[in-house]
Design a protein around this ligand. Structure first.
Ligand SMILES: Cc1ncc(COP(=O)(O)O)c(C=O)c1O
Length: 379
């Protein structure tokens, strides 16, 4: 082992990449006098729609708002059941509650960590109106399965909040459901600080989402239905447009970092690397491994490994420490421990390593070396 191996580094888990282009774009909007939704939002929508291969994009001020708007446009309401995964961020499921409908969880696949459309289809019943299928960590859902679910009459919403830049079977993430959401939160692969977007190929759904984000207005001061203020500012859109122009560069860096870990961590006992199905272009919003304490050389579990990495200056993340059905908000629907064993096992063993585009070669080598050392594996 080289002397360099002992030099302590500080490796952050996330790091937004903001350059002069982004700064210039925001300053131009500040100087323009048009700060709220205007031409920058329209231009950002057009570019994102093109990039994700859909006809319509509706910018919003969060990914959560986009999911809320999409499910509302599907007509989800009281008495409806919406299938979704228990292994995701809360906002995949909270919009179902916002609409007075009932989330119904279905366990995930142990290899992809996704709620596969086939499993959702098997759980669908008479009250099932829709399914929120999540492109978790940047791995897009399987398109043919989503299409088959739609053909059975279940409206499919693709939560692509983590997946911009990803694709599956030649189709871009964000184009795989009847409608989809993107998030531009600060840590996402493309950021506007806070922000989101609804994507769809359906002109009527897009029009409904545009009303929903603008107080339910048809004509100005004509209120057709309940709506919200979910608009994006031109400031945010200018930042988003500058970020989107660099998406290929960001994704190449994320993929290179992931490929490095795939090689450097291969064969470490007790470590399972991310599974990427044939035909998938993973967006690597997160690079998540699984730790099996019974198989690691020194018996360390996920939490002990995480503490050792922190000691070495390597930040890591746990997405997600508890599946949604174990959270008080959803447990009151009647769920309990043991209901979704795969999601529960994942929550106990998953660990996200830094994979962001600013990670340099020395840092990623240090992460891999620190991880091997923390588990007592050969260097
Ligand atoms: C899977 C998933 N769904 C929904 C959201 C909600 O997006 P936002 O934070 O922009 O509201 C996020 C992001 O945080 C997410 O990761």
């Amino acid at each position: 082992m080289s002397i360099l191996a002992d030099v302590r580094m500080n490796v952050p888990l996330v790091a937004p990449q903001i350059g002069e282009n982004e700064i210039g774009a925001v300053v131009r909007v500040l100087r323009s006098g048009q700060l709220a939704q205007g031409p920058e939002v329209a231009a950002f929508e057009a570019r994102a729609a093109e990039r994700c291969g859909v006809a319509h994009a509706v910018a919003m001020n969060s990914g959560t708002a986009a999911i809320h708007a999409g499910l509302a446009a599907f007509g989800v309401g009281p008495g409806d059941e919406v299938l979704t995964t228990p292994f995701t961020f809360a906002a995949s499921a909270t919009p179902i509650l916002m609409l007075g409908a009932t989330p119904r969880f279905v366990d995930v696949d142990p290899r992809t960590f996704l709620l596969e459309a086939e499993a959702a289809g098997a759980a669908a019943g008479n009250a099932t109106k829709a399914a929120v299928l999540v492109d978790l960590f940047g791995l897009a859902i399987e398109p043919a399965g989503a299409d088959a679910l739609r053909a059975r009459g279940v409206r499919v919403f693709e939560d692509a909040c983590q997946a911009i830049g990803g694709a599956r079977d030649g189709r871009a993430a964000g184009s795989l459901g009847e409608a989809a959401s993107l998030s531009f939160y600060a840590t996402k692969n493309v950021t506007t600080g806070e922000g989101g977007m609804l994507l769809t190929g359906d002109a009527d759904l897009a029009a409904a989402a545009r009303r929903f984000r603008h107080h339910g207005q048809g004509e100005r001061y004509e209120y057709l239905e309940l709506g919200y203020n979910y608009r994006m500012t031109d400031l945010a859109a200018a930042l988003g447009r500058a970020q989107l122009a660099r998406l290929d560069e960001f994704q190449a860096a994320r993929r290179a970092n992931a490929a490095f870990y795939d090689r450097a961590l291969a064969g470490v006992p007790g470590v399972t690397l991310p599974f990427v199905p044939a035909g998938a272009t993973h967006a690597y919003h997160q690079y998540c491994i699984l730790i099996d304490a019974e198989a690691t050389p020194n018996g360390r579990d996920r939490d002990a490994l995480r503490a050792a990495l922190a000691e070495a200056g390597v930040a890591s993340g746990v997405y997600y420490p508890a599946p949604l059905h174990r959270q008080p908000l959803f447990a009151r629907l009647g769920y309990g421990p043991g209901d979704f064993p795969v999601a529960e096992r994942l929550a106990d063993s998953i660990l996200a390593l830094p994979v962001h585009p600013l990670l340099d070669a020395a840092q990623r080598e240090y992460v891999a070396r620190s991880l091997r050392r923390a588990l007592g594996a050969a260097a």
